[in-house]
Ligand binder design. Structure first.
Ligand SMILES: [Zn+2]
Length: 117
């Protein structure tokens, strides 16, 4: 195991460090996010959401919109589990997870209804 990986596992004790562990996929699981959650997917989600924060509807953000995992499962990077949020709103979602999950699940339904229409 490389020094970088050792360091990573030291700082993330919840991650399965064993190469014989069930999560080990030849190093793919090194990232806390699922492999599909790459910059291309993030760009797609931002485009789908009209480059708009789906909470405060702000378009003017200094930084690119964050992509939030609606069910807080970073391994679940299906587009229906992802929503664009500005940095401020994304920070808010750290607390009261039940409330945010319910809210964003509703929002994502509306988004996909619009796309289908
Ligand atoms: Zn916002």
């Amino acid at each position: 195991m490389s020094e970088i990986k050792k360091e990573y596992y030291k700082n993330n004790p919840g991650v399965n460090a064993g190469e014989n562990g069930g999560n080990w996929q030849g190093g793919i699981s090194f990232e806390p996010y699922s492999p599909e959650f790459n910059s291309l997917l993030r760009r797609k989600i931002r485009k789908r959401d009209n480059y708009t924060c789906q909470l405060c509807e702000s378009k003017k953000t200094k930084r690119a919109l964050s992509i939030h995992h609606i069910d807080y499962d970073k391994q679940n990077s299906h587009p229906t589990n992802l929503i664009s949020l500005c940095i401020n709103c994304h920070m808010k979602t750290n607390g009261n997870r039940k409330k945010w999950t319910a809210l964003f699940k509703k929002k994502i339904k509306v988004i996909y209804k619009k796309i289908a229409a």
